[in-house]
Design a protein around this ligand. Structure first.
Ligand SMILES: NC(=O)C1=CN([C@@H]2O[C@H](COP(=O)(O)OP(=O)(O)OC[C@H]3O[C@@H](n4cnc5c(N)ncnc54)[C@H](OP(=O)(O)O)[C@@H]3O)[C@@H](O)[C@H]2O)C=CC1
Ligand SMILES: CC(C)(CO)C(=O)C(=O)O
Length: 329
């Protein structure tokens, strides 16, 4: 199996390494400094779950342009951020016909449609994850949080291509489930990440440090409940996904006070385990970069508006972060 990761930064490099350790040949399409570091020394995995070790060897290499990739691309994993999606999709045109299957772990809910515009729906499968990674320097991946990741076909069927992909990541040591309701899993993560990024972005604290406080937990729960209402207005019910990190279904169903208690208890447990980090969007804010606020809270409140579902908290947090975003590089 040949897996190509387009936009190998924090998350894409982590999954690339895991697939390589699971037996796949992996090509990472990355920025120049990161690609050079990988080709010279390999990927250094650090952080609470990284093990302070290098992953390097035959079958794991990096390039700076997808046009340099040779041979068939059995799976293309797209992990650029939303702001880079248009350029990334333009860059795949020379290899498009060699791509057999494509998926993305981007946070948000609209990227598969964009993949389908280029590759056709028949090549697109769904993937969603709450593995947490950062890239503090070229060649270095900080692995901070593990959960279960999910794969599935959008038509709800079971397929060999989904099972084979899941198996490679499992062999690489990850927890993976294949499911028939990938749209529900993606929406459940969408609700979670809008709330988690909203809390981290607005408070400038890490996820667990913020949500273990009463005010942080209240902000998180209000955002989750609004997101769940937007899901329900489309006939989608949150599922029991990512339950070591987020119990979106329960938070959606419980009365406010109990939901706040539940998320504070969960955040406290993550905090005690040493997960003090924030989300990918909050790290972009810290670094003065453009964020995914429009793909996350912006999209959530606009869908809510279209469906007649009030999302006052999501919207206020959107404006808070958008103000900083507009000043970003
Ligand atoms: N990190 C995490 O823990 C998680 C992230 N996600 C989601 O996954 C996606 C990726 O996040 P993350 O890995 O943190 O982001 P990163 O910024 O670390 O990774 C994306 C990388 O792609 C590079 N890039 C952009 N365009 C191209 C291109 N055309 N060719 C090659 N490289 C390119 C970027 O370079 P440059 O910085 O120079 O633009 C960057 O290095 C986001 O949508 C995020 O929301 C989901 C779950 C967890
Ligand atoms: C932090 C994490 C892993 C979970 O909220 C995430 O999904 C992100 O950073 O985008």
């Amino acid at each position: 199996m040949h897996l190509v990761v387009l936009g190998a930064g924090a998350l894409g490099t982590l999954f690339g390494v895991k697939a390589w350790e699971g037996g796949a040949r992996v090509t990472l399409v990355a920025r120049e400094a990161h690609a050079r570091a990988i080709n010279e020394k390999g990927v250094f995995l650090t952080g609470p779950l990284g093990g302070d070790r290098y992953a390097s060897g035959e079958g794991l290499r990096a390039v700076t342009d997808i046009a340099q990739v040779e041979g068939d691309i059995d799976y293309l994993l797209v992990t650029v951020k939303d702001k880079d999606m248009a350029t990334a999709l333009e860059s795949v045109r020379p290899v498009r016909d060699r791509v057999k299957t494509v998926f993305s772990f981007q946070n948000g809910i609209t990227h598969e449609e964009r993949l389908a515009e280029v590759f056709g729906w028949e090549k697109v499968i769904g993937g969603v994850t709450i593995e947490g990674a950062d890239m503090p320097a070229p060649g270095v991946i900080e692995y901070a949080l593990a959960s279960t990741s999910y794969f599935g076909e959008f038509d709800g069927s079971r397929s060999e291509r989904v099972e084979a992909l899941a198996e490679v990541f499992r062999r690489g040591g990850m927890s993976i489930e294949t499911i028939t309701e990938i749209k529900v899993a993606k929406w459940t993560k969408f609700v979670q990440i809008c709330a988690a990024s909203g809390v981290c972005g607005a408070t400038r604290l890490g996820y667990a440090p913020a949500v273990r406080t009463l005010a942080g937990a209240q902000l998180y729960v209000h955002m989750v409940k609004e997101g769940v209402a937007v899901m329900r207005a489309q006939g989608l019910e949150p599922g029991n996904y990512f339950i070591n990190v987020a119990r979106i279904k329960e938070v959606g169903n419980l009365p406010l006070v109990e939901a706040v208690e539940l998320v504070r208890t969960m955040a406290e447990a993550l905090y005690q385990k040493g997960f003090h980090g924030n989300t990918s969007l909050a790290r972009d804010l810290e670094r003065g970069k453009k964020t995914e606020v429009d793909a996350l809270m912006g999209t959530m409140y606009r869908i809510g508006e279209r469906l007649g579902v009030p999302t006052p908290t999501v919207r206020a947090v959107y404006w808070t972060i958008k103000a900083a975003d507009e000043y970003a590089r």
